[in-house]
Design a protein around this ligand. Structure first.
Ligand SMILES: [Zn+2]
Length: 286
């Protein structure tokens, strides 16, 4: 799933490539992906792209003076920029991976696609991004929040750090991959409790969040949309690296699986050398 650094890079790419161009039209192929109906997407025709920005993991294309195409790419969604489209015809509504197509006046544009059968990509055409429910409830941005705001956000809820820092209403922008990286860099267990963190540990968590995300943004921005995914993989220390050596200490990266996700961590760096129990298993044993 694209997280803060990838969405930031996509916004930067759109700012460089699309600003100033007029939108010829927005086509919606997957009707279920478009969550709004007023204003209609036809209102974008003839309007210039005025900007592109990010709210947490939401991408925001600014259209004319007061319209926004806000997109949540979800787990398998992506943006594909096209210098030219294969045909001038309208997209056929149906089962393909293309959910939304934005055509610009120079013949270029982009497709928002979603692989797989679970369709979670969500697009909103609105007069104000705050009208998007997921945007309205976002917590402070993980990359622009200061230490005091970060401390407040993390301690506002009691729970395990992995869940707390990926909860978008607590802290926005961090998902499954970068939370593994941040907790590894901070040398904290994913199961450490938010309300029991010392001030020193909170400082480490904050510094790690800033460093991991800043590094990822600087690696990602300037990459074309097409190469962003492999760039993300190449920069990871523990996420999706189960069984491989930790780049810091050489211990073997381990995994805890959940019903529909998993987390990776290094025992030596993060849990005093002790492997974490698989929680599903230990529930059965108890
Ligand atoms: Zn390690």
């Amino acid at each position: 799933m694209p997280e803060l650094p990838e969405v930031e890079a996509l916004a930067a790419f759109l700012r460089e490539r699309a600003i100033g161009h007029q939108i010829q039209r927005i086509e919606v192929s997957a009707i279920s992906a478009l969550k709004t109906y007023d204003p209609p997407v036809s209102a974008a025709a003839g309007q210039p792209v005025a900007g592109a920005s990010r709210h947490g993991k939401f991408l925001d294309l600014h259209v004319g003076t007061d319209l926004h195409l806000v997109v949540h790419l979800a787990r398998a969604g992506w943006l594909h920029y096209r210098d030219a489209f294969p045909s001038a015809g309208l997209l056929k509504p149906g089962k393909g991976p293309i959910a939304v197509r934005v055509r610009l006046d120079d013949g270029s544009g982009f497709d928002l696609t979603e692989a797989g059968t679970q369709k979670k990509l969500a697009a909103y055409f609105v007069t104000d991004p705050r009208l998007v429910p997921g945007v309205a409830k976002l917590g402070p941005d993980a990359l622009s929040v200061d230490l005091a705001g970060f401390d407040r956000a993390i301690r506002s809820r009691r729970g395990q750090l992995k869940g707390i820092i990926t909860d978008q209403s607590t802290l926005s922008g961090v998902g499954n991959a970068y939370s593994d990286e941040i907790l590894h860099a901070a040398k904290l267990s994913p199961f450490a409790m938010s309300d029991r963190l010392s001030e020193e540990a909170m400082g480490r968590l904050y510094e790690a969040t800033q460093k991991v995300l800043t590094d990822a943004v600087s690696r990602s921005v300037g990459q074309k949309a097409a190469t962003l995914k492999s760039e993300k993989r190449s920069g990871l220390a523990v996420h999706a690296r189960t069984g491989l050596p930790c780049p810091v200490c050489g211990d073997t990266v381990r995994e805890v699986s959940f019903a529909d996700s998993s987390l990776q961590y290094c025992p030596t760096c993060q849990t005093g050398g002790k492997p974490l129990a698989d929680r599903r298993l230990s529930k059965l044993v108890r």
